[in-house]
Design a protein around this ligand. Structure first.
Ligand code: F3S
Length: 427
């Protein structure tokens, strides 16, 4: 990679050993990717990922000293270096600390519980803003068009690229940490104009009208797109942000769509020609009734109609969605045999608290939780789960061993929670 003067200085240690290690890691990373240079970034979402392997960490670092953990696991350094402050504006992913599920986590893995608390304190110490969410845009991290970012979390990446017009690849624990320390990210992939153009035309015949239907479309298209960038054509009614959240989440579950265009709607697709960069596109698929049904059948794989758990909030639920659940539950009670959970971030939960939605959901027998994720519910393998999230419907079988999952509309899920029975169907 060709380094600018400030990057050479960081690599030479002028800004201390932690920044030096971070720059060394990014140079190796950029070289491996074929990047020629760095771009400046002042927007990083940090994924610590420590919750994925707590027992291994404890073996490697018995006292769970965060400087040692950060050096070894984020900066690939055997020498322990102490981070002063992050250089880029940084927000954080989920920690599972501040939630009502916390006691279960402590029981399941005391090490995980301890690590979550230590990680949160560490992030605060180094100046990373603890937003604790997979949906940074709901917590005030909203980059603008053209802004270079180093974001993590598959469902958030297309929100940055396709919806906001910002530029980010899918970063991981190491690269996001190193970018936070240096304010640099290798210029490759989504940072370059030529890689952002669409190369798979999707002719939309079955018009999605709600979150559920946008989720189905994203799920189907991602399952055939591979690494191509879909260009949705003929979308008659612009989606809301709430509808794009399941589109994005589904796109990162059945496939790996990190960028797409909706002609006439998303910022880099005012016209079809702009979306494709004026290049001819040979690959074309149709999204019609048959494709919608195929996606529905892949996501609905329950053999039981009685529902044990209803879960909302993947990606973390917006205030719009929480208010809708509260409204649908008004004057009703959750069935004695069913549990209902809403997961969101601290910021949105505070709004829900202030507006009375949390109370309304709790009065009906549900539970609103901040900072956590339904896939943390690891004791649920034998339960029948209903969700409005295509991402969780996709991951529950593989990640939590849940065999019986229903995917449906918010209304169908609330109905399942109050009656204890699944009555959803594809219209
Ligand atoms: Fe977020 Fe968990 Fe879903 S991290 S996107 S709520 S799988």
């Amino acid at each position: 990679m060709r380094l600018a003067d400030d990057e050479k200085q960081m690599l030479d240690g002028a800004e201390g050993p932690a920044v030096q290690k971070a720059m060394d890691l990014l140079v190796r990373y950029g070289d491996a990717l074929g990047a020629e240079r760095f771009v400046d970034t002042d927007n990083v979402t940090l994924l610590t990922g420590l919750f994925m392997y707590p027992e291994i960490l404890k073996k490697e670092v018995p006292d769970l000293d965060m400087d040692t953990i950060a050096s070894k696991f984020f900066l690939d350094s055997d020498e322990v270096v102490v981070v002063d402050k992050v250089k880029a504006y940084t927000t954080t992913h989920i920690f599972t600390v501040n939630n009502t599920y916390w006691k279960n986590i402590q029981r399941r893995s005391p090490i995980l519980a301890e690590l979550a608390v230590l990680t949160e304190a560490y992030c605060r110490r180094i100046g990373a803003n603890v937003t604790a969410t997979c949906s940074p845009y709901l917590a005030g991290n909203v980059p603008v068009r053209g802004q270079h970012c180093a974001w993590t979390e598959s469902s958030a990446i297309p929100m940055a690229n396709a919806v906001l017009g910002a530029r980010t690849n899918i970063e991981g624990c190491h690269s996001s940490f190193a970018s936070a320390l240096t304010g640099k990210t290798p210029e490759w992939g989504m940072h370059l104009d030529e890689n952002r153009h669409g190369n798979l035309v999707v002719d939309v015949e079955e018009q999605p009208t709600n979150m559920f239907e946008w989720g189905l479309m994203g799920y189907h298209v991602a399952s055939v797109a591979g690494l191509r960038i879909p260009v949705y054509r003929n979308v008659k009614k612009p989606p809301t942000m709430n509808m794009l959240m399941p589109l994005n989440a589904a796109g990162g579950s059945s496939g790996s769509v990190i960028m797409y265009h909706i002609v006439g709607i998303t910022p880099e697709a005012p016209t079809f020609e702009a979306a494709t960069g004026g290049r001819p596109v040979a690959d074309r698929i149709v999204y019609g009734k048959a494709e919608q049904r195929a996606a529905y059948e892949r996501l609905n794989h329950s053999r039981s109609e009685s529902v044990d758990i209803v879960i909302f909030g993947c990606p973390h639920y917006s205030i719009e969605s929480i208010s809708k659940v509260a409204r649908l539950l008004d004057g009703k009670k959750i069935s004695a045999s069913t549990q209902l959970y809403v997961t969101t971030n601290r910021q949105t939960k505070a709004l829900a608290d202030a507006n009375g939605y949390t109370d309304a959901i709790h009065r009906a027998g549900g539970l609103v939780m901040a900072d956590t994720c339904g896939l943390e519910f690891k004791h649920v393998a034998s339960a029948v789960i209903a969700t409005d999230s295509p991402k969780q419907a996709h991951y529950y079988p593989g990640k939590c061993g849940v065999e019986n999952v229903w995917y449906g509309t918010v209304e169908e899920c609330v109905e399942a929670a109050t009656s204890g029975t699944w009555k959803g169907a594809l219209p």
